[in-house]
Design a protein around this ligand. Sequence first.
Ligand code: ATP
Ligand code: MG
Length: 890
Amino acid sequence: MTSHEIRRHFLDFFQSKQHLIVASAPLVAKNDPTLMFNNSGMAQFKDFFLGNGTPPSKRVADTQKCLRVSGKHNDLEDVGFDTYHHTMFEMLGNWSFGDYFKKEAITWAWELLTEVYKLPKDRLYVSVFQGDAKDNVPFDQEAFDLWKPIVGEDRIIYGNKKDNFWEMGDTGPCGPCSEIHVDLRTPEEIAEKSGKELVNADHPQVVEIWNLVFMQFNRKADGSLEPLPARHVDTGMGFERLCMAIQNKRSNYDTDVFTGTINVIEEISGIAYTAGTGMTDVAMRVIADHIRAVSFAIADGLVPSNAKAGYVIRRILRRAIRYGYSYLNLTEPFMTKLVPTLATQFADVFPELTAQRDFVATVIREEEISFLRTLGTGLGRLDQIIGQLTTEGKTEIPGETVFELNDTFGFPADLTALIAREKRLTIDEAGFSKALQEQKARSRKDASSLAGDWIDVNETDRVEFVGYDQPEAYAQIVKYRKIQNKQGTQVQVVLDKTPFYAESGGQIGDTGTLELFAGSDQIGTLTVLDTKKENDLTIHIVQDVMGIDELLTEADSVYAVINTTRRGLTSSNHSATHLLHAALRDVLGTHVGQKGSYVGPDALRFDFSHFSKVTDEQLAEVERIVNEKIREDIKLDEKRNVPIGQAKELGATALFGEKYGDFVRVITFDPNYSVELCGGTHVPATGHIGLFKFTGEGSVSTGIRRVEAKTSKGAEALVNEQMAVVSELKELLKAPKDVVKAVQSLLDERTALQKQVEALQNEKVQQLKNQLLGKIEAVNHNGGPGHSRLVERVEVPNADALKQLAYDLKAKVDNLALVLGADINGKPQLAVMLPDSLIQDKKLNAGQVVKELAKNIKGGGGGQPFFATAGGTDLSGLDAALAQGKELLG
Ligand code: ATP
Ligand code: MG
């Protein structure tokens, strides 16, 4: 069975059990402050478990792209060394949201594995939760009773809290789970040792393939558990491991999920893959794994960068490049060459990669080029360090140094160790881990915020956003909680109805006020500092005030009002962003895709894929088109709850990496011009934007450009500022007809004057030279030809002129020894020139002489044996310096 068929059968099987098949959410987690990447199938459904939303169906199944490289689930360091943990993998899952429970979950899992996939029953083991006295949760008798008739008691393992109790986080839904493990060893191996003993013992052929989680509790902030009102099923099966089991291989990398990529790596490196544990095999597995994580992350909208999720992607990519560099001798970009194979392989599963194949390959190639350069620099720096240590007679590279190489050069510790070993040095591993731990602790501290339990005030099943249509609303408080973060204490408030737009899609959150009423009495007013989304919940972040608990619990209604001026300006910028996006595609081409944006009241910023600088002409053309569209005063056409298929038919610009659900909002300004999927707020007609002006263009990272612009009042202010500058200029220039021409002629005049000044100065130096020629004295050596001597204080405009003067005199006079001193803008300056006779016979050196003389002027200098200069700080010593010079050259 091919991997394609295996995936297909899973989805078909659950569809036949009335499950709705949905698309994978992007790898990058959206609107969830606790999660950087989606690391399990359930992540995109979290809200349904938390009761913050209604699922599209009570039964859902899918294949979800997962990434386990940070936070609670981090398998990165195992990848490549073992054969069944990946960074990115597909998790096949089926869910019940308050519908079926343990019975169906267990029987269907068994039916699929043994009847559809035909896995031999005697190779499967299952586990059930043994209970935990401390948490006061009992043994999972229900699961045990269901499994026993199917697998037999001797194939059931009792699991502890670590393996068999699943928790979403420190708080929230949780429950016992049942895992299914498979034993893929040879009959001989099995005869020697039972598979039961190897379950959960890190054996590469006895692995967990499926985890069935039964959510029935809610963990509260104080650590206690309470039963959930509705019980859910959440299952996750590792697709690549399933393929290994069905295709009867000993490693995930031997299945057709990976062999295509490994073949290409063999071709590029000229080295054969032998499925062993040697470093060339490890390197090939690392590369075959990491290219998936990196390619899909980029296709989902991430780019390698120095912060947050982008940094994680950069590190994964660099890890692969380094393994190729160190173990496969790949010193030229190679990861980029693997993208096409992957794109083809997944064309009908995850089309986002195929659609952006060239973009992804280019981003990876540029990143490779720059990291290979870094590796070069790091190697140079390491050579230096090793040289230094060796001369000091040391044999260990300090942990701090290893950390620094790692942190600032991106030069990995194990590479440092490898190179050190070649030079017979070791690295201080303990010191390195300590430095690393300290850094981790620092970043954890930065990120942490403490949230209290939600305090429920009023029951509600739905939170309604009314902010597209009205700036204020009467509402009720649903719940609130206090959070502690860097800003101190803040209070998060959830309302059943709100006009406040929560930050998302690049648009900032609304600010405003909540007026609290008890009956008809207003009992208080709270300032909303910001509005954010947490999963699908709109959270009003409110300033903490004295007695806020009483206010929030006593208020029976709230009048919620947004700051409409701020919202209006923001809407102008948002609509302008759509016009801009369309104009960029017009002018630059349809490869332009949105990669990020900021839409605030002050300005807008738009990041998009494009590989070269946008020229001034192109910017001017884009600006012209946008302003034309503004003047056309195109009416906003807003369609809510459009099925995604229909939206695509309308020609909506699809944004990969966005999770839209099944129904989307479509914003159109002229169906032939701009159609976008968007949840943001907009002006009723483009004329409201008033004016659009660019303020900047630049590069964000490889293949991504950024433009910045202002609209409306902001653009007006910008134009006014510029005009003020021009009128000031005009005034200064005495109101010329043509300012540019006037400035140009000023500049021309200035150049001409400069030339005149130079000529005059030259003339003066010439005169000075002629005067000096008359002051040359002859010094006779005893019994040999003498030399000429000139020691004078002169007047020159700068140090260059002094040097020029010395050289000119040397050209005129044979055997000249000279010392010239000058006052250059209040600073003493000396020049010393010596003839060969003094250098050779008397062993004099101009550099040493000038240093000696410079002591008089509290300065220093140097140069060549025949000519040297010095500057100083004490002008009063200049004559003494000259006197000493006369003696030295005597
Ligand atoms: P393991 O103990 O093997 O790391 P896990 O307990 O972390 O697995 P779960 O969180 O229960 O796994 O995830 C559900 C399923 O996803 C697992 O049964 C397994 O098949 C698969 N899986 C988990 N982590 C990975 C990974 N890093 N790479 C590939 N598949 C994985
Ligand atoms: Mg794990």
